[in-house]
Structures are given as C-alpha cells and as structure tokens.
Ligand binder design. Structure first.
Ligand SMILES: [Cu+2]
Length: 145
C-alpha cells in the first residue's frame, strides 16, 4: 500500500525540470591513467541541481570544480551544481567538470562513454538523464574556444 501511495504522490507533482545536455564529451586517457574529466553544457527549464553522476566506465564519478587558489590550480569536490532556470551551465576543462575515477579501462578516442546524471528539482524530486559522451583528446575541444 505504501508503494502505491508514493506512486500517486509522484503523479501529482508538477512536471520535472527538463534538462538539456549539450555537447557531452570525455577526455581520452593513456594506458595507466585512472581518472579523466567529462564535460558538457547543461540547461534546465526550471531551477534544478545536478546532484550526482555515474558511469559504467568508472568506479566513481565525482563533481569537481577547478579554481585558482594562491596562484595554483586546485580541484575540489562539490556536492551539487546549481542549474538556474534557462541558463546554460558549462562544464569545461578549467571549470566545473565530472571526474571519472577508478577507470575500468583506458578511454580511446572514438569510443563512447555512457553517463548517468542525477538531477534534483526545486521540489527535491530526483530524476536521471543518460547521455552517451564521445571520447575526444583535449586538443580537439580546445580548438573550439
Ligand atoms: Cu576533477
């Protein structure tokens, strides 16, 4: 009975925030490399948050922020990334990114990495988005800037 009730409650909630994922990609790795970054542009129709991510290619996926601290580029883990309504939030090398850790195998250019993004809307309802991110060397992406 409890399960049925929660299903009914879910149905009564307002529509989930629609999040568009633009140009996802994952940086290619070399043989012994156990970590890499995933990048994309996220745009949500309503205020929401990216609260987590996972991938079958990695043991763990963390959300990171790169920041200059005392002239040193540092990376720190963030627990959530705000997605303001209608604003494109860019995950890029040198800024926010998803960190794929404990990689199961090297990621070669031309491969595709499935990523599951967990989004939480303003009502604290979570939904998942699955994207296939192509693997690219860093240089290719840098050329677009
Ligand atoms: Cu990182």
């Amino acid at each position: 009975m409890k399960k049925l009730l929660s299903l009914l409650l879910l149905a009564a909630l307002p529509a989930l925030a629609q999040v568009t994922v633009g140009e996802p990609w994952v940086r290619a790795t070399v043989a012994a490399q156990k970590a890499t970054g995933a990048f994309m542009t996220l745009t949500s129709t309503q205020g929401a948050k990216l609260v987590g991510a996972s991938s079958p290619a990695a043991g763990v996926v963390e959300m990171h922020e790169m920041k200059m601290v005392d002239d040193v580029m540092r990376m720190r883990e963030v627990t959530a990334l705000e997605l303001p309504a209608g604003k494109a939030v860019k995950l890029s090398p040198g800024g926010y990114h998803l960190m794929l850790l404990d990689l199961k195998q090297p990621l070669k250019e031309g491969a595709t990495v499935p990523l599951t993004l967990e989004i939480e809307n303003a009502q604290k309802v979570r939904s998942k988005i699955v994207v296939d991110a192509p693997v690219k060397p860093l240089n290719t992406a840098a050329m677009h800037h």
